[in-house]
Design a protein around this ligand. Structure first.
Ligand SMILES: [Zn+2]
Length: 191
């Protein structure tokens, strides 16, 4: 798996996390295969398209849930033969909910936007058990990121507000740093 980040691309400077499908499309449109390095063997300029497959990506825009179908590209490294899916930052690996969807549901829970967890889950179209899985993952990864001490000092709501109020580049920097440090993405399930 290769996490794709836009830091080097100026065209993302003006973009916000508002429309994640736009972000995804922009990522794939501007993808430079020659710039990718194989995460398995470190080879450069070794990738060619292996396959592409369709998957669902559930996003959250303007207080509405959107079901999208996106195409994920898988590239093969000619040096070691491993294949890698290209995953832009809006995608949480192994999850059909986008990064912003996930952040939004946690946010709305913490500010008690809905009368009950049931009502909130109905609005978001997710099972209650799914919500608690996401919430637990959020708490676990927040602690992983901040460390035990700071985790106690910074409330869940402060942390989620900080993410929501960040620029797109800041959010991507957070996602990439978390990935580099922990070998998995924020909100990613380990099993
Ligand atoms: Zn390789």
């Amino acid at each position: 798996m290769i996490r794709l980040f836009s830091q080097l691309c100026k065209c993302f400077k003006q973009i916000s996390f508002e429309n994640e499908i736009n972000i995804f499309d922009e990522h794939m449109k501007t993808l430079s295969i020659d710039a990718l390095i194989c995460p398995f063997c470190g080879a450069k300029h070794a990738f060619s398209l292996f396959a592409s497959y369709k998957r669902h990506l559930v996003t959250y825009d303007n207080n509405e849930v959107h079901n999208n179908v996106i195409a994920i590209s898988r590239y093969i490294c000619s040096s070691c033969g491993h294949t890698h899916a290209i995953l832009p930052s809006v995608i949480v690996p192994y999850m059909s909910f986008s990064f912003k969807f996930t952040v939004s549901v946690i946010h709305d829970y913490l500010i008690r936007k809905f009368n009950s967890v049931e009502a909130m889950c109905e609005h978001y179209g997710i099972a209650i058990s799914t919500f608690y899985r996401i919430l637990n993952k959020f708490k676990e990864h927040k602690q992983l990121w901040l460390g035990l001490l700071e985790d106690k000092l910074i409330s869940n709501l402060n942390f989620i507000h900080h993410i929501i109020n960040s620029t797109f580049i800041e959010i991507e920097t957070f996602i990439i740093n978390f990935f580099d440090r922990n070998g998995l993405s924020f909100f990613q399930e380990t099993s």
